[in-house]
Each structure stands twice: as structure tokens, then as C-alpha cells.
Design a protein around this ligand. Structure first.
Ligand SMILES: [Fe+2]
Ligand SMILES: [Fe+2]
Length: 320
């Protein structure tokens, strides 16, 4: 076991691309219940009510769907320098420093072997609520307005990769991530890996790409305080004509209560509640699930829906 590194603090934000910007923005604000921090250029900067940063979701108008970039905040300016040295010395593709955007300051950009763009940053723009968004209690990031599903904070992102083992090596090298759970298929390959940089059970998951796509998104997820919030959200999605793909139910892997929907442009979005579960053991041993165990379905027996293995964004062009 390599020594865990806590130089990377947490998943900071995910940029989602949409070719139906107005409909997607309406979904993420009115129905999903994120708050709009700013509209700038082709992007909307959104956050959940208790996210402390200016944004955790950057929604960007584009010719297609999928993920733009994924940002992790580091633990200190020194931690950023240490991480960048490690990444620059690695075989992975580096794009170098950017000036940041409306949500954060300078960031170091690099890429995994499958075409997903990542960045690390320290300088951030904290959300400073205007008077009308001041919470009643000073230990909350903004007012709880119960708009739509109204999750509390960003939780995780799930990406697709042709070779999950290669992706795992990337996460361990660049982020010092630990693998909390994984799926080992009968043919010896990894079918999925769940990673964390802190004591959360996971902040990023990678599952196998079955459709020859490149750099694709499986889903992005926000966390609710309670499982009941997700049952309420299911009715909100139903009333608003949102495509409910699967759930509410409980995952076997990680034990998270979940609900998956597709936002209007087709990106898969999840609401999840992990209960009080944390990974506190510094010598946590990766939990490995077999193919047979996976075939039993989710925790309470719900079979994994077929589209879960095929649908990702952007869609894969049939002709290519
Ligand atoms: Fe960013
Ligand atoms: Fe998830």
C-alpha cells in the first residue's frame, strides 16, 4: 500500500456540456434545485445551497453533451506545488496553468489517458451570499430555499474508461486517491473503481466504457441530507416530465441510496444519500465485488437497467 496523500482536499466542481442550454439551466435550477451564482460567457455557474464555493457545477453551452473538465481543490498552496511536480513527472498529458474562471483562480490542467480533462487549484472564489440569500444560521453557506430537489452539496462524478485499471493508476498517481471499492470481472479486468481523496466513501467513480466512446461522462451526483429527500425528488421529477432512468433504490456497492435521471440534453444526473458512512480507517482495504455478486443487482434486488451499461454522454456516433 502506498502512503495516502491528503494533498488533494476534495472534488470542487464539474463542468457539464449541453446542446440545450436553456432547458438544461431550467432543469438544474428550478427542478434539480441548484442556485445560479452567475451567467458569464457561454456558462452558468451553479452551486447547491451548502456548497461553500462560488460554483460546483459549470454548465456550458456546446455543440454536444458530456463533461468539460473536473476540478479538485488542494489542501494548501504548497500541496498544489507538490502535486504539480508529481503530475509533471508522470507520463500523463499536461496542459499547464490556466488563469481560472469566474469560480476559481489559477489551476493546473492535465488529462487522463481516455480524454477527460482535470485541474487542481487552491485559489477559489468563496460564495458570499447577498442579503436575500443569507441563511438563518451562520454555519450554512446560503439560505435553504427548498427549490426543487434541493440537494445539499456536490457529491461525486462517474466517468467511463476503456481500461479501468489504467484509469485507477492515473487517479492514484495524480491525486493520491484511495480505491475504496472495485468490481473484478471473471476475465480478471476491473469493471469499476470508486476513489476518494478524503474520508468520504468516494468522490469519483470510473466504470468500463462499452460503447467505444472517448472521454465520456456516466453521471454527476449531488448529495441530499436524507433518503426521504430522494423520494420527494422522484415526485418532483415526475411532475416536471424528467426522464427517470432507475431508482429510487439502494446501491450494493457503497450502500448509497440513489435516483438517476437524464437532464434535458441527455446527461445523466444522480441524487444520492450515503447515510453517515465514512472511510475513517487509514489502512482501509479495498472491497472487491465479483461479477457474480454484481449480477445479483442492487442492494434490495433491483436489476441494473440495460441503459446503465450503454448510455453515456456525449452519445457515440453509430457511423464512426
Ligand atoms: Fe475549473
Ligand atoms: Fe453515482
Amino acid at each position: 500500500m502506498t502512503e495516502p496523500s491528503f494533498d488533494v482536499a476534495h472534488l470542487g466542481h464539474v463542468e457539464i456540456l449541453t446542446d440545450k442550454f436553456d432547458e438544461s439551466l431550467d432543469f438544474f435550477t428550478r427542478v434539480y434545485g441548484l442556485k445560479l451564482s452567475a451567467l458569464e460567457g457561454d456558462s452558468a455557474y451553479l452551486r447547491a445551497w451548502d456548497d461553500y464555493e462560488f460554483h460546483t457545477l459549470k454548465l456550458t453551452a456546446a455543440a454536444t453533451t458530456g463533461v468539460g473538465h473536473i476540478g479538485y481543490r488542494v489542501s494548501s498552496p504548497e500541496a498544489l506545488e507538490r502535486r504539480v511536480q508529481v503530475i509533471e513527472a508522470s507520463p500523463y498529458l499536461c496542459h499547464g496553468w490556466t488563469e481560472g474562471d469566474a469560480g476559481h483562480g489559477r489551476a493546473f490542467r492535465f488529462e487522463d489517458p481516455f480524454g477527460h480533462h482535470f485541474e487542481l487549484y487552491w485559489d477559489t472564489h468563496r460564495y458570499d451570499p447577498p442579503p436575500e440569500d443569507q441563511p438563518a444560521l451562520k454555519n450554512m453557506a446560503s439560505r435553504f430555499t427548498a427549490q426543487g430537489a434541493s440537494p445539499r452539496r456536490l457529491d461525486h462524478v462517474n466517468l467511463l474508461a476503456d481500461d479501468v485499471t489504467e484509469f485507477r493508476d492515473f487517479m492514484q498517481t495524480c491525486f493520491g486517491s484511495r480505491v475504496t471499492e472495485q468490481i473484478r470481472l471473471d476475465n480478471g479486468r476491473l469493471g469499476g473503481c470508486w476513489f476518494t481523496v478524503n474520508n468520504k466513501t468516494y468522490d469519483l467513480a470510473c466504470t468500463a466504457e462499452h460503447s467505444k466512446g472517448k472521454g465520456r461522462l456516466h453521471h454527476v451526483t449531488y448529495a441530499t441530507d436524507q433518503r426521504e429527500d430522494i423520494l420527494r425528488a422522484a415526485d418532483i421529477f415526475l411532475e416536471n416530465g424528467v426522464h427517470i432512468e432507475t431508482g429510487p433504490h439502494k446501491h450494493a456497492i457503497q450502500g448509497t441510496f440513489f435516483l438517476y435521471v437524464w437532464e434535458p440534453a441527455g446527461n445523466r444526473v444522480e441524487l444520492a444519500n450515503a447515510g453517515a458512512r465514512l472511510i475513517l480507517a487509514p489502512d482501509w482495504e479495498t472491497v472487491t465485488w465479483t461479477e457474480t455478486e454484481r449480477k445479483k443487482g442492487q442492494a434490495w434486488g433491483l436489476k441494473t437497467i440495460a441503459t446503465f451499461h450503454t448510455h453515456g454522454t456525449p452519445p457515440v456516433k453509430e457511423s464512426s
